[in-house]
Design a protein around this ligand. Structure first.
Ligand SMILES: Cc1cc2nc3c(=O)[nH]c(=O)nc-3n(C[C@H](O)[C@H](O)[C@H](O)COP(=O)(O)OP(=O)(O)OC[C@H]3O[C@@H](n4cnc5c(N)ncnc54)[C@H](O)[C@@H]3O)c2cc1C
Length: 382
């Protein structure tokens, strides 16, 4: 426990040099937090999940959660770089020894940015196993044609892990058969058949549309077994969900801190607004919800670190924490009255950012569907 507090304090110290105005300016200009990412990489926190033998800190998800929670809580936006922490998990768990040696030390040092994850497609969306982007084996390469959408940080990544179809849908033996995973080198990709178009979006998440036109990936960049790439992607998803849950806990605590401070200081009708229980109670409710959600995030992270099944807990952690942060954000804005709408107070930006987690990386409905079917054993919906 003591070491978690030390991590917390170290991350806070880094974040203190990147105040809320830094993040507001980036939001306004669609800028990327290059200096912040450099600092977090230098400190070793961004590579903290990479084992020591590959140059990382060899820490667990419990520690990684504290890092992301604190970045969120400081008013920052960890979504700009959080994937550097977990996309590498696909390489760590499914890569060949050569792939691990080639990529993991360079990701740990920050020399390579592996923080793009290319799954979602415009015509299939949540229905991942129906995706249409094709990768056709031709000699020593796979030739990729198709389209992806909402792929974050592509312009700020050197590498992307992506999923494409290697077997026609009519020939698959199960829903997940026939999809393969690839490590895509993005560095000269735009000259070789990949077009990248940034999406003008509600939050500064650097998400893009990708168009593959006879784009070639060497066979040695296949990650995991051919046709079994869905498993490679799925294996990384519990970590992603738990880490995003921790970010949401950070957001919720940020909103609660701001709301309680403002409610105690703002005087209307000659008394602090927090003296009105109509103002105080929603904040107290958010606090209780956040603490409960945090217990689930911690439980899921501990199970993950112990190598135990944690699908249900990871999904619940993400959903409960995302709900807690969204509700706390709404309360915080309401507590600030009109000022909540002013960009100067940062609340509206954080509220936009935390809203994403009702939708991505998995939407609340899909989590409920997973719990209904796989945990409670109710009839399959789709
Ligand atoms: C800012 C941003 C960044 C993102 N970054 C990435 C990224 O880096 N990589 C990546 O691969 N993807 C990324 N995504 C995509 C994200 O994962 C998807 O948007 C999300 O999975 C939902 O897919 P969709 O948008 O196609 O919605 P759809 O699948 O069209 O669904 C629309 C709505 O219908 C609901 N719905 C659909 N089917 C069902 C059903 N059977 N039962 C109940 N409800 C249903 C969904 O819950 C959703 O609310 C990002 C998205 C955003 C907005």
């Amino acid at each position: 426990m003591e070491h978690l507090e030390e991590i917390r304090q170290s991350v806070r110290a880094i974040c203190a040099s990147f105040g809320e105005d830094y993040w507001r300016e980036l939001d306004k200009t669609s800028g990327y937090p290059t200096d912040f990412v450099k600092e977090v990489t230098k400190s070793g926190f961004l590579g903290c999940l990479i084992p020591e033998e590959y140059g990382g800190a060899g820490l667990g998800l419990v520690e990684a959660c504290v890092v992301l929670e604190e970045i969120s809580r400081s008013g920052g936006h960890p979504g700009a770089a959080h994937a550097q922490m977990y996309v590498m998990g696909c390489v760590l768990r499914h890569g060949t020894p050569e792939q691990k040696q080639k990529y993991l030390p360079a990701v740990a040092s920050g020399e390579l940015r592996l923080q793009s994850f290319g799954v979602t497609e415009p015509t299939t969306g949540t229905d991942t196993t129906s995706l249409k982007t094709k990768a056709k084996r031709v000699g020593d390469t796979y030739v990729i044609n198709g389209q992806k959408v909402w792929i974050s940080r592509v312009k700020h990544s050197d590498l992307m892990v992506m999923l494409a179809r290697t077997k026609p849908i009519e020939e698959r033996t199960s829903k997940t058969d026939g999809l393969s995973c690839f490590i895509v080198d993005l560095r000269d990709a735009e000259a070789c058949g990949l077009s990248i178009k940034p999406i003008d979006a509600m939050i500064n998440h650097h998400a893009c549309e990708l168009f593959f036109d006879n784009f070639e990936v060497p066979v040695k960049n296949l990650l995991g077994e051919e046709h079994k790439g869905f498993k490679v992607i799925m294996d990384g998803m519990n970590a992603e969900r738990i880490l995003i849950g921790a970010e949401c806990i950070g957001d919720a605590r940020y909103f609660i801190d701001k709301a309680k401070t403002y409610a105690s200081e703002r005087v209307v009708f000659n008394r602090p607004i927090g003296q009105n229980q109509g103002v105080a109670f929603p904040i107290a409710q958010n606090y209780a919800q956040t603490e409960a959600a945090n217990l689930m995030v911690e439980k899921a992270a501990r199970l993950f670190d112990a190598g135990k099944p944690c699908g249900a807990e990871a999904n619940m952690a993400k959903m409960l924490a995302a709900d807690a942060s969204w509700k706390a954000g709404d309360t915080c804005l309401q507590t600030h009255g009109g000022f909540g709408m002013s960009r100067e107070y940062h609340i509206e930006r954080k509220l936009r950012e935390t809203r994403l987690y009702q939708i991505a990386a998995i939407s609340t409905n899909l989590i409920l569907s997973y719990l209904s079917e796989h945990v409670l054993g109710m009839p399959r919906s789709f």
